[in-house]
Design a protein around this ligand. Structure first.
Ligand code: GLP
Length: 248
């Protein structure tokens, strides 16, 4: 696991965006695994900026997102599909039919998950997967206790995740209690992984995930077992990790 120390959120965003841009330049028809939440917003901002400046071309890129709330349709402003459209897809020249997000409106969860795994297989797997880190160590929506082998599945969100995501909704009742997410097994199949982490509130869990034992109780700790993982985190998030890491 490579740890890249960034100065602050801005610097973290730029460094992570550079890795994604490099992936696209190296393999223009690559498959990117994408994440939502607050953390990647600055990364998408940078990528859109570089596209506008003519420095990046998404014409042949395919994307598969980590997760989606169950019960929200694509037009819902709280859906992750809407988030992706607003933050990235509508701002770059990616083909809409090459952007995949689990279908939150598929009521049959078995079918929704099977179909999503089918899509990931059909596009040839993920070249570079972007991840954020939940306060309880979750990646995607894989909550503590999730088996490391899981593929895409339907999850009951924990109270802490519902509370953490409440800030995007007008009331806690509106936060869906379930989601479809790539499993830990799905995430681990990516050829490369970059996890972006920012802020003092993530310091404790980041230390546990990268320095602690590998355990299903801390889903992100599984990344210690992957052979191509880069953690890009700012000073605040790395404050408990000591001096590990190098400048990019
Ligand atoms: C959410 C998402 C994750 C995300 C995480 C952290 O629940 N499902 O994919 O990485 O929580 O979010 P944030 O970056 O807003 O802290």
């Amino acid at each position: 696991m490579r740890i890249v120390r960034a100065k602050d959120y801005q610097d973290m965003s730029e460094k992570a965006a550079h890795m994604i841009a490099e992936q696209i330049r190296r393999k223009p028809d690559c498959v990117l695994g994408l994440a939502t939440g607050s953390t990647p917003q600055g990364i998408y901002e940078k990528l859109a900026e570089w596209y506008c400046a003519g420095e990046l071309d998404f014409a042949r890129v395919t994307t598969v997102n980590l997760d989606e709330y169950r019960g929200l349709d694509r037009g819902n402003v709280h859906s992750y599909y809407h988030y992706m459209k607003e933050k990235l897809f509508s701002r770059v020249n990616i083909r809409q039919d090459r952007t995949f997000v689990p279908d939150g409106m598929e009521q049959d969860s078995g079918r929704a998950c099977r179909e999503y795994d089918g899509i990931i297989a059909a596009v040839g797997g993920v070249d570079l997967q972007l991840l954020g880190l939940g306060h309880n160590g979750h990646i995607g929506f894989n909550e503590p206790g999730t088996d490391f082998e899981t593929q895409t599945h339907c999850v009951e969100l924990t109270e802490s995740t519902v509370k953490a995501n409440r800030r995007f909704f007008s009331s806690i009742e509106e936060v869906p209690g379930q989601a479809y997410t790539m499993g830990i097994g799905t995430i681990m199949q990516a050829a490369g992984i970059v996890m972006a982490v920012s802020g003092e509130d993530k310091a404790e869990i980041l230390k546990t995930a990268v320095c602690g034992p590998v355990t299903t109780m801390v889903p992100a700790s599984v990344l210690q077992l992957h052979r191509n993982v880069t953690v890009i985190a700012d000073e605040a998030a790395l404050s408990l990790v000591g001096n590990a890491g190098q400048a990019l």
